[in-house]
Design a protein. Structure first.
Length: 301
């Protein structure tokens, strides 16, 4: 069975209730509707159509995961937006996630891809946003850690290269990214004021202790924990921006612990290199299923 086919009816009912329960409660409270009207209102809430727009970068688009629906953007039919849409009573669904996107590409074109915010409409009721990693050049950090790990496998050469003279270059980049994410959230609210917005975090890419992982992910021994700390710092910044602007944060990190790129095939949710399952250092289909489930749990929370 395809992962997206697991108990879809149950997910549609519970997710629809989560999306509309606030509006239904407000209606009953302000109108003074008798208690006997509650079941009818609940049924209407459960059946409310969802107009869903997915925004984000490659961790949202699913590069390399079969089947690809947009080669230019590395977008898969099995990414978490598609899986989430299959679990909801969707009336309309626009997935404009694109590999390589950063916060600039929310309001500006990315090559031939139009600004992602252009997909939003006044009647949009759900938005997922997975962005920020490219703003701090997460792919470049991974590449540098691999290269330096090959030169100095003991110690933490990647960490040292980003903390010269007592600075914290990646921490500074995360700090600079936070207000950009905040601006995107403000723009989403302006275009789709009725939408419930979910900011989606990043899953665990490597383990804290990677000393037995070097044949698979050639970081230096001391750089595994440092890289994980920077991921946690980025996710914390995303969660903070979501909380400050009326959005909800989807924790994709906690469920993915133990499924990093160092784990064997069938256990890992991050591919350590380009494989038939996904692009290197990106989530595979199982990882996207986990993120879709985390988003559903957030909607139902």
């Amino acid at each position: 069975m395809h992962p997206a086919d697991r108990h879809p009816a149950h997910r549609r009912r519970t997710a629809a209730t989560a999306l509309a329960v606030t509006a239904a409660t407000a209606l009953l409270a302000t109108a003074g509707t008798p208690a006997t009207a509650a079941p009818a209102a609940d049924r209407a809430a459960r059946d409310a159509p969802v107009h869903y727009v997915a925004l984000g970068d490659s961790f949202s688009s699913g590069p390399g995961i079969p089947e690809q629906t947009d080669a230019a953007c590395g977008r898969s039919a099995r990414n978490y937006p598609a899986l989430l849409a299959a679990d909801l009573p969707v009336a309309s669904f626009a997935d404009v996630t694109c590999a390589g996107a950063d916060t600039r590409h929310m309001a500006s074109a990315q090559g031939s891809a139009p600004p992602q915010l252009d997909a939003l409409r006044p009647d949009t009721t759900l938005v997922t946003l997975g962005i920020g990693g490219n703003d701090l050049d997460l792919p470049g950090v991974l590449t540098r850690c691999v290269l330096l790990g090959g030169l100095a496998p003991l110690g933490a050469p990647c960490k040292r290269s980003y903390t010269l003279l007592g600075t914290d270059e990646i921490g500074a980049r995360i700090g600079a990214t936070a207000p950009k994410v905040a601006a995107v959230l403000t723009a989403i609210r302006a275009r789709s004021p009725q939408a419930r917005v979910l900011v989606v975090g990043y899953p665990a890419i490597v383990p804290d202790d990677g000393t037995s992982c070097r044949p698979v992910v050639p970081f230096a021994d001391g750089d595994f924990a440092w890289f994980r700390d920077k991921q946690k710092q980025l996710n914390a910044a995303l969660a903070q921006q979501a909380a400050g602007r009326g959005a909800a944060y989807v924790d994709a990190y906690a469920p993915s612990v133990g499924h990093d790129a160092c784990k064997p095939q069938g256990v890992r949710w991050i591919e350590p290199e380009e494989t038939a399952e996904a692009a290197g250092f990106h989530p595979n289909a199982a990882g996207h299923r986990s993120t879709a489930d985390a988003a559903l749990a957030t909607l139902n929370g």
